[in-house]
Design a protein around this ligand. Structure first.
Ligand code: SF4
Length: 272
């Protein structure tokens, strides 16, 4: 394994919430995925066809929400998924939730914003940012599991989103912003989790991100000692931690792994 002073980061490397989360869960996973850029050698979970279907459906849902936010009617979108009762239900739930949220002055779907922490660029890719009454709220759709407030509050996605939103919302909107928040919405159930950010909490978020980045820079990228984290990992085979786990897709944080794939390189994400 490489020692820290041997590590060569890819030339276009930047931190994201999913890359930081990978490091927090397992430094070796971070090294294999984002420094060595290894392809996925093991299936994420079994049975593989169910996993692929769940990933595909989640990606399609996010794409349809983006299209709706860009002006396509929900009726057209509903007809495009006729026959997939899960997607039909999710779109109806999205419509109900969006109606309950009320109208917004402006929305930005699939937008990327970045902030600098510890001299490094940290990029956040948001599902949707909304503006109403000098308040900015980002909505994040979850089609899989929705952890409880404590676990979700510790995840790098929450920490990175709130820091980047706090730092960059005014620039995105073009005027001062008084309130900033992040709302996770679990589409299959309609359950939500709301986090807000202010000058006190943002200092804690920045310190947390800084500590993870500094740990990356001095890491020997050891395998995690918590082998339960290997159950969902793509690199089990490389690490000698098993080839074929039996983890159904609804027990896996599939969306977290999109960071390694389609969403991380989503060509339709707009950078500001
Ligand atoms: S299989 Fe386990 S030790 Fe290997 S990269 Fe994945 S989480 Fe880390």
């Amino acid at each position: 394994m490489a020692t820290p002073n041997q590590v060569q980061f890819p030339p276009d490397f930047h931190y994201t919430q999913s890359r930081l989360q990978d490091f927090v869960e397992c430094p070796r996973r971070f090294y294999l995925a984002h420094i060595q850029q290894q392809r996925w050698p093991s299936p994420l979970a079994e049975p593989q066809s169910e996993v692929e279907q769940a990933l595909d459906r989640g990606a399609r849902f996010h794409q349809m929400v983006q299209r709706h936010q860009l002006g396509m009617s929900l009726e057209v979108l509903q007809s495009s998924v006729a026959g997939d009762s899960t997607l039909e239900t999710w779109l109806r739930r999205y419509q109900e939730i969006f109606n309950e949220l009320g109208s917004f002055e402006k929305t930005w779907p699939e937008v990327s914003l970045s902030a600098t922490v510890a001299g490094c660029s940290v990029l956040a890719k948001f599902d949707l940012i909304t503006l109403r009454d000098n308040a900015v709220m980002t909505l994040d759709w979850k089609t899989g599991r929705l952890p409880d407030m404590v676990r979700l509050g510790q995840r790098m996605q929450t920490v990175v989103y709130l820091l980047v939103l706090y730092r960059e919302a005014a620039r995105l909107v073009g005027r001062p912003i008084e309130k900033m928040a992040l709302q996770y919405i679990q589409i299959p159930t309609g359950e939500t989790r709301l986090f807000s950010v202010d000058e006190h909490s943002v200092a804690l978020y920045e310190a947390h991100i800084r500590s993870v980045i500094e740990a990356v820079q001095t890491s020997d990228f050891a395998l995690t000692e918590d082998v339960t984290r290997c159950r969902f990992c793509l690199y089990r085979g490389l690490c000698g931690r098993g080839q074929s786990p039996s983890v159904p897709p609804d027990e896996t944080d599939l969306e977290d792994y999109w960071g390694l794939g389609n969403l991380e390189s989503n060509p339709s994400a707009v950078e500001f």
